[in-house]
Design a protein around this ligand. Structure first.
Ligand SMILES: *[C@@H]1O[C@H](CO)[C@@H](O)[C@H](O)[C@H]1NC(C)=O
Length: 531
């Protein structure tokens, strides 16, 4: 018995992700390569740190500042240690790491899982432990690990040895695998690193951006908190690409939970480009805690694409991408999204922070040529002045006062029988809250004694207008279901024991309704059935 349990644990531990506590959301920051290439020096890196802070980018999550290839000499020193290039980095790497830390930033370095880097500098194959230890002593927080000059050593060996060497330093170091999508890396990347490149390097132009993100889409299932698919860096601010393409890239990268790594002269970013990379509502999509990679859900080649992804609060975010050079009105049919067919959706436009209204079935979206509109869709129910049965998930019944006439009685679940006490009218209580009024006596759903503690019983009471009688109805992650949140306490309405019907076949009277922490159980998800 003990033996088999141990065996199960061992199997499990081999399959789980690298757990260094990092990358709960995709990494954001700056990398030197796509702008400075091999000309990078310590002035550039110090300036990038200053610019990030001065532009307020650090406050938005852009925290990693990474020197790419060419910081190291080709030769190691007499002890076999890597050495920084004294011409371009006269003060060494520790000074830069310290500078990053003094600004609240994190510092990253580059090496290759090969004998030399892509630019022919010293690389780490066979020196993993020594190099990782040295970097840790400098205060390095992030490693981008490339794939050049790798000989015939298998990828998992090369990337695994560095993973283990980083762990052995005792310093927490973000591990960004850069093997260009080779060797099926997406399938094993999460066990080795915090992100892994899924594609070749990205270049300027519409094709590179859409090519990389479509190639990256194939691996969507492998992305999750702790490890992300990486379709390479942002081109924004590089090569004069049009602002519409900047929006396409930033929008799709955000939706696909890709790393958001800038690689340009930050001081040369235009106001429009800054508006793109500082858009808090789009960044929030990238950094959403659920960590589900948005997918390509509709593709009309050379015309338009629709990408969509679910967010932790039950919303879907949609990018409508116009691939044509002329502006167009493009149809977003809601049946592409995983909402109920009859769902009403409140739609917000993320680039300009505006509410578009409530729609059903679909939306015609005006998109400029080679541009992208980002939308957040929230399911809403038109509840005003309507009467519903309130049914917890998985139960055929509904919510009702347990005593038909007692003003201060408990509320429970019961089998549906069309009684007036099982019908609840939803009345507007202002500020996005509603009252729930049962139709036998006209009592209001309330909390016992107006208490705000967790696990307070739901009761009915006469109208008081107190916050304990006000409820917010928000979409649950489960399509069609809603959470009911109390204004006074902030806890959610929970049909206690709703999923234990098996113990109480034929009915579930006595399943009292309480408030509880928001833990997304079926007992906290309610269907509003019009009656
Ligand atoms: C870095 O390069 C810039 C030119 O791009 C130059 O002005 C600066 O002095 C250089 N810094 C170092 C330390 O070489």
């Amino acid at each position: 018995m003990r033996g088999s349990l141990f065996f199960v644990c061992l199997l499990f531990s081999l399959a789980v992700a690298l757990d260094n506590g990092l990358a709960r959301t995709p990494q954001m920051g700056f990398n030197s390569w796509n702008y400075y290439y091999c000309n990078v020096n310590e002035t550039h890196m110090a300036n990038a740190m200053d610019d990030i802070v001065n532009l307020g980018l650090d406050k938005l999550g852009y925290n990693y500042v990474v020197v790419d290839d060419c910081w190291a000499l080709r030769e190691r020193d007499a002890q076999g240690n890597m050495q920084s290039d004294p011409k371009s980095f006269p003060h060494g790497m520790k000074v830069l790491a310290d500078r990053a830390h003094s600004k609240g930033l994190k510092f990253g370095l580059y090496s290759s899982a090969g004998y030399t880097t892509c630019a022919g500098r010293a690389a780490s194959l066979g020196h993993e432990k020594q190099d990782a230890k040295l970097w840790a002593s400098w205060g390095v927080d992030y490693l981008k690990y490339d794939n050049c000059d790798r000989g015939d050593v298998p990828a998992k060996k090369r990337y695994g040895d560095m993973r283990d060497a980083l762990a052995a330093t005792g310093r927490t170091i973000f591990y960004s695998i850069c093997s260009w999508g080779t060797d099926g890396v997406a399938q094993w990347g999460a066990q080795y690193g915090n992100s892994w490149r899924t594609t070749d390097d990205i270049y300027n132009g519409q094709d590179a951006v859409t090519y990389n993100i479509v190639a990256n889409d194939v691996d969507a299932a492998y992305a999750a908190p702790g490890g992300w698919n990486d379709p390479d860096m942002l081109r924004i601010g590089n090569g004069g690409q049009p602002i519409g393409l900047d929006r396409i890239q930033f929008g799709l990268w955000s939706l696909a939970k890709a790393p958001l790594i800038l690689s340009c002269d930050l001081l040369k970013l235009s106001q429009k480009q800054l508006d793109v990379i500082r858009n808090t509502e789009v960044i929030a999509v990238n950094q959403d805690a659920l960590g589900i990679q948005g997918r390509l859900v509709y593709d009309s080649p050379n015309q338009y694409q629709i990408w969509a992804g679910k967010q932790s609060n039950g919303d879907q975010v949609v990018a409508v991408v116009n691939l044509q050079s002329a502006g167009a009105t493009l149809r977003l049919p809601f049946n592409l999204l995983k909402f109920a067919p009859s769902a009403q959706l409140k739609i917000r436009s993320l680039w300009d922070h505006s509410d578009l209204g409530i729609f059903s079935e679909g939306l015609d979206v005006k998109v400029a040529g080679r541009d992208c509109v980002m939308l957040r869709l929230t399911p809403v129910i038109d509840v005003s002045d309507k009467i519903f049965r309130l049914q917890p998930k998985g139960l055929p019944g509904g919510m009702r006062p347990s005593d038909q006439n007692n003003v201060n009685g408990n509320v429970e679940t019961g089998s549906w029988n069309s009684e007036a006490r099982m019908k609840w009218k939803v009345l507007d209580a202002g500020d996005g809250y509603v009252y729930l009024v049962e139709q036998k006596n006209g009592f209001y759903l309330d909390l016992q004694g107006g208490q705000t503690a967790v696990e307070t019983s739901a009761t009915t009471f006469t109208f008081t207008g107190h916050d304990s009688t006000k409820w917010k109805i928000v979409a649950s992650p489960e399509p069609n279901y809603y959470k009911i949140i109390n204004k006074a306490s902030g806890f959610v309405l929970d049909s206690y024991k709703c999923n234990e019907v098996g113990e109480n076949p034929g009915g579930f009277a006595g399943g009292f309704i309480k408030t509880w922490y928001d833990v997304n159980t079926p007992c906290q998800q309610w269907l509003f059935v019009p009656v």
